[in-house]
Design a protein around this ligand. Structure first.
Ligand code: FE2
Ligand code: FE2
Length: 335
C-alpha cells in the first residue's frame, strides 16, 4: 500500500494543512487519522502517519502526552487561594470587570475604546480578573526568538497601564486576582529558583508596585464574592475550539452560583431559574489580540462586563466588542 511519500507535492501540502487544522481544532491524533484516511484514501494513513507529521511539524493534539503536560502545567493548583467577600454596596455603586488583557499582547484599539467608556462610567470598584500580564518570557512554551521584548518590558507595559487607570480615577477600589499567567511567576520561581523564591522583591506585588498604587492582590484561584456574584479568573476552557461548549454553563453547574469567569477568552452567558430565583453566569471574553502564537486560529471574543448595584444586588451588563466597537450605557464606543 502506498504511503504519504507517494503523494503528489500539492496533495502532500493539502494533507499537512488538514493535519494542522484538525490539531488546531482540538481533534485527537486518533480522530485525525480516522478523518484523513477517509479524505485521502489509498495512502495507508494511520495513527503512526499522524504521529510522524505531528513530531515533524511540532503539532499539539488534544489527548496527546504533550497536551496533557501542558494541561497539568496550566491547571496546577496553587498553594493558597482566598475568598474575598463584599456583602454590602449602596444603590448606584458601579463595578467594571476586565480579564485576559495578556500584556504585551493586548489589543490597543479595543483597550482604548474600553478605557473611553471606563473614564465616563467612573466605576467604584475595578476588578482586574487575571491574565492581565502574559508572562510570555517565562512560559513553558517554546519562545519565538524574533520576539524583541523581555520580562521587564512585559511588566512595564502592564504596570504603566495600571498606573494610568489609577491616575484617571484615584478614588476607586481596585482588586487584581491572578490568573494562570500571573501564576507563571510563582511556578517559575518554585522550579527554577527555589532558593530566591521567598524574596519579597520578586513577588508580583513588588514587581508591579501594587501596594503603592493601592491595588489589592489575590492569588490565583481566588474568588471575589461581590453581593453573591462569584467573580474568578477561571480554569476551564472548552475542549473543542471548532465546536465549543459554553464554559459559563460548566462554571454555573460547578459553582452552583451566579458568577463570572475569564480564562477561556470566549464570551457566553448561561442563565437558569430555581426555587431561589433566576441566576446567570458570564464567560467574560478577553481584551487581548487574536494572533497569540501559542493559540493558532483561536475562536475567541473580546468582551468586558460592567454593573450597577440596586437593592444590594448587582445588575451586570456583559458587553461583547465587535470589530467597529461596542455599545454601553446608551453610547457607542468606536474601536
Ligand atoms: Fe488568558
Ligand atoms: Fe487564564
Amino acid at each position: 500500500m502506498p504511503s504519504i511519500r507517494a503523494m503528489e507535492p500539492a496533495t502532500r501540502e493539502l494533507f499537512e494543512q488538514r493535519v494542522s487544522m484538525l490539531a488546531a481544532g482540538g481533534k485527537s491524533m486518533r480522530d485525525t487519522a480516522l478523518i484523513l484516511s477517509g479524505e485521502f484514501p489509498g495512502y495507508g494513513i494511520s495513527f503512526g502517519t499522524i504521529q510522524y507529521i505531528a513530531s515533524a511539524r511540532d503539532l499539539h493534539f488534544s489527548g496527546s502526552t504533550q497536551s496533557l503536560e501542558r494541561d497539568i502545567e496550566l491547571f496546577e493548583q496553587p498553594y493558597e487561594f482566598e475568598e474575598l467577600r463584599i456583602t454590602d454596596a449602596p444603590d448606584g455603586y458601579k463595578i467594571i470587570i476586565v480579564n485576559d488583557v495578556q500584556f504585551p499582547f493586548h489589543d490597543p484599539k479595543t483597550l482604548t475604546a474600553v478605557e473611553n467608556f471606563w473614564d465616563e462610567f467612573k466605576p467604584d470598584l475595578e476588578v482586574f480578573n487575571g491574565d492581565m500580564i502574559d508572562f510570555y518570557s517565562i512560559s513553558v512554551f517554546d519562545k519565538n526568538p524574533t520576539r524583541a521584548f523581555n520580562l521587564q518590558n512585559e511588566l512595564d507595559v502592564g504596570r504603566g497601564w495600571l498606573e494610568r487607570r489609577v491616575t484617571r480615577h484615584p478614588e476607586a477600589r481596585r482588586i487584581l486576582d491572578d490568573g494562570n499567567h500571573e501564576d507563571r511567576l510563582r511556578r517559575w520561581l518554585r522550579k527554577k529558583g527555589p532558593e530566591v523564591a521567598s524574596l519579597r522583591a520578586l513577588k508580583l506585588n513588588a514587581l508591579l508596585g501594587l501596594d503603592e498604587m493601592g491595588i489589592e492582590h489575590l492569588p490565583y484561584r481566588s474568588v471575589i464574592d461581590f453581593l453573591g456574584y462569584r467573580i474568578e479568573h477561571g480554569y476551564k476552557t472548552s475542549t473543542s475550539t471548532a465546536y465549543p461548549v459554553n464554559v459559563s454553563r460548566y462554571m454555573a453547574v460547578g459553582t452552583g452560583s451566579s458568577g463570572l469567569c475569564g480564562h477561556s477568552h470566549r464570551f457566553s452567558i448561561y442563565a437558569w431559574t430555581d426555587a431561589r430565583g433566576s441566576h446567570s453566569y458570564i464567560e467574560n471574553g478577553c481584551l487581548s489580540r487574536f494572533d497569540l502564537e501559542y493559540a493558532p486560529f483561536p475562536n475567541w471574543q473580546q468582551a468586558f462586563t460592567y454593573g450597577i448595584v440596586h437593592n444590594n444586588k448587582v445588575h451586570l451588563v456583559p458587553v461583547l466588542i465587535y470589530r467597529d466597537g461596542f455599545r454601553a450605557e446608551g453610547e457607542f464606543y468606536r474601536r
